[in-house]
Design a protein around this ligand. Sequence first.
Ligand SMILES: Cc1ncc(COP(=O)(O)O)c(C=O)c1O
Length: 397
Amino acid sequence: MQVLFQRHQPIPPQHPLARFPTLPVLGSMGDARSASAPRSRFLADDAVYTASGKTATWLALRLAGVGADSSVIVPAYHCPTMIHPILALGARPLLVPVAADLRVSLAAVENIADAAVRAVLLPHFFGFLQPEIEAIKAWCTRRGAILIEDCAHAFYGAEGGSVLPGATGDFAIASTRKFFAASEGGALVANGQRLALDLPRPSLTDELRGAYRMLAESLRYGALGLPSTRRYRLTAVAPVGPGSPEDALREAGCAPARDDEIRGAGDARHCLRSTALLIRHAPHARIAAIRQQRFRRWQEALAGLPSVEPFITDLRGCGVPYAFPVRLTRPEVHFPALKYAGVALWRWDQLAVSDDPVSRRLAVELIQLPCQHSTSDTEFERLVLQCRRALQASSPA
Ligand SMILES: Cc1ncc(COP(=O)(O)O)c(C=O)c1O
């Protein structure tokens, strides 16, 4: 079936490349330490490592029996890579509205009256557990549907937390590329059954290509102690016009997902050997400590700026954050300012079309600032200051 994706605000043209990597790269790391390693469902022996989170989702959906006559419940606020695997199986995504804090409620799920619902795909956004997961799991069991936990942002669990991300759903997926410096990577686990998958292994060419990409990415950001191979434009903030949110929306367009994006979701294989080694032998305790420290640093550095509103201010309920989410008060002005300043960030401004006003608003307002642990504390601090400066410069005095 065809699903249209709407871009809610155009990407500012010709903005410079970010100087800080949004995902981890091989090389230096920040300085924080912790004695205890966080728990992870995806480090258990039964975890299957795949080439990406998207292909892990496709596998989970297929194991759940999702096919051309099925529907899959998924939040109206999402990364398009959550929708592609559903489309790759010919199924129908049913978009549920989210609350202003991005929680998916049982009431919203129950409200979907569709007998063909075969699975619910529930993401723990930015690493924060969905509070109603147990109730949604019970609903799935009653309905004969399968719960797939999307732990792309929640590889680790909270210390002493009673619910481990990935341990409640019938299946759970992770996007390991977001937590480890490999050039690719996802993971799949099943709870209450053993996974019996016959996946192709990567070829030697795949392995070599992956190793090359991993090194090249690190060199681009100068993370191996060598001069960066990337040319930067530093913190010049481009003049921003008076534009209104309505102007920005008028320019925004709708388009279906590209065929290769949809087909790529079904291209499942085992991950590279180098990726599996990096995941298993990563310094998990240190990664957790640095990410938590960087999350708190964002909180402190952006507090009180009129251009942002806090979104999540407490690390409770989160083991190890994927990113620091914050809302822009005037996205039509602040977002281009950040992009022209070369600030590394993500924003999910392209969503499958829905009538959920919260998701549409968050598509432009909510940005995700990197908390990832690689590169030095000096580089991270430069990013924080660059971001603060761009936000201050784009706010009225
Ligand atoms: C919530 C969520 N789920 C799934 C994915 C897909 O993961 P991958 O990029 O490894 O395919 C992403 C990727 O950004 C994501 O943010």
